[in-house]
Design a binder for this molecule. Structure first.
Ligand SMILES: Cc1ncc(COP(=O)(O)O)c(C=O)c1O
Length: 436
């Protein structure tokens, strides 16, 4: 007998691949299991231990076994509102929705909006993937050189108009402040112009500020679109990076209006909450309670974030300096634990000696020959031939909790033997790669 007969239309399947970051991480883990010495520069993990205060708060909340409200516990929404208020973005707890990480919150916001979305080129791997999964289209718009994370406002306006002429409706734009993959922060003027374009074309701005607390220079001016265009900006953040709690899976979104939830913001909040209710119901109760402690920012938390920021700055800048010394330039990292070296000066050398012509070829060569994990620029929406890589340094702080604590406490983390060894290994790899 023949197989199952298909009657009716074949369902449309949207291609879904494993996130490039997770795929690179798995390949590296397999090499490590085989005993190879790996250099883990692919995964955007903050690579630091849990602050003891938060560990205790989580343990004490273990009895919280009810589902709880979809938008999150009042204590967490109030704490998140306070967190934003201390950063000049007053928020009504009613305008806050919590989720199991900011990634699902971003997905829920995109699904709730249901329009095409403009995303920076380059930008974090998941924005475009999520837009594709919900059946809308991401439109990549290049950033201003040196200012990652924000589409060039003039090019954004052109993209919106051009898309309309093609029958597509771009109703939202995503910005990353500061940026992953480039580790840079867009200037206030660029954010202002972006807000003007958004207002002119009636775009919702989705401002992903997950790295905000990790800007290396704490005195740097940070301009959120939510301060300039509050009526149209959604802000998302989480504890995954500033407190290295990615595995706790907790994120928060501040819906437009922030201080007061007027319609259409209330409609958006209700749609996001409805989506949440059908997908995750509510974030894990004990995690929410511990997250409320973190967002309230007692001195231990502030101190931990400040130390983490210093460590990330020292190591990311040292790694960038190694690339630059080898003749591979890139923007000086200004936030978090990322750098974005540009191998364009090596283009001929890489093609002639290694048959490498794309960022994917280069990432594959580094993985296969040197057990070094990095992400190709192509994963961030760049053209295949753009010879850039996203290098993440958060997993260089050590392989044990003890080593990572030492890295946090060290006045000169670069002098720690395991960090120094990783830097030396990078020098060797770059020298060997350049030599053919
Ligand atoms: C720019 C950016 N946004 C959002 C996320 C998602 O983080 P989470 O879901 O842990 O909140 C990440 C994680 O790598 C990221 O780099």
């Amino acid at each position: 007998m023949a197989g199952i007969a298909m009657t009716g239309p074949v369902p449309v399947r949207i291609p879904v691949t494993v996130s490039a970051t997770l795929a690179a991480n798995e390949a590296l883990a397999a090499k490590r299991r085989r005993g190879e010495r790996v250099l883990p520069l692919a995964f955007g993990e903050a690579g630091l231990p849990v602050l003891p205060l938060l560990r205790t708060a989580l343990a004490e909340a273990g009895g919280r076994n009810a589902y709880g409200p979809v938008a999150g516990l009042t204590a967490l929404r109030e704490a998140a509102a306070g967190y934003w208020a201390r950063r000049g973005l007053p928020a009504d707890p009613a305008a806050v929705v919590c989720g199991p990480g900011s990634k699902p919150l971003l997905y829920a916001v995109l699904l709730a909006l249901g329009t095409d979305v403009a995303v920076p080129r380059p930008s974090w791997v998941s924005y475009a993937a999520q837009a594709g999964m919900i059946g809308t289209r991401p439109h990549f718009v290049p950033t201003v050189p040196g200012q990652g994370g924000v589409p060039d406002p003039a090019l954004l306006a052109q993209a919106v108009t051009g898309a309309r002429a093609d029958g597509r409706h771009i109703g939202a734009v995503i910005v990353t402040l500061p940026d992953n993959p480039t580790g840079t922060l867009a200037q206030a003027g660029t954010v202002r112009e972006l807000c003007e374009v958004a207002s002119e074309h009636d775009l919702v701005i989705i401002s992903d500020e997950i790295y905000r607390d990790l800007i290396h220079d704490p005195a740097a001016t940070f301009t959120s679109p939510a301060a300039l265009a509050p009526e149209r900006t959604v802000v998302t953040t989480a504890l995954s990076k500033n407190l290295a709690l990615g595995g706790w899976r907790i994120g928060v979104a501040r819906l437009p209006g922030g201080g007061q939830v007027a319609p259409p913001a209330a409609r958006l909040r209700d749609r996001v909450a409805s989506i949440a209710s059908e997908i995750w119901s509510a974030p894990a109760g004990p995690i929410q309670q511990a997250a409320a402690v973190a967002f309230a920012e007692p001195p231990e938390v502030t101190e931990r974030v400040a130390r983490s920021r210093r460590l990330h700055a020292a190591v990311a800048r040292a790694v960038a300096a190694r690339f630059a010394a080898a003749g591979v330039p890139g923007p000086v990292p200004g936030a978090a634990f990322y750098l974005y070296p540009d191998f364009t000066p090596w283009r001929e050398l890489l093609a002639a000696r290694h048959d490498v012509t794309t960022s994917q070829d280069l990432a594959t060569l580094l993985l296969d020959r040197y057990a070094t994990g990095v992400l190709p620029a192509a994963a961030f929406g760049e053209p295949a031939g753009a010879l850039r890589l996203r290098v993440a340094t958060g997993l260089l702080y050590g392989s044990t909790g003890e080593q990572r604590e030492s890295a946090l406490a060290a006045p000169d983390p670069l002098a720690l033997p395991w960090i120094a060894a990783a830097l030396t290994r990078l020098d060797e790899i770059l020298a060997d790669l350049g030599a053919g």
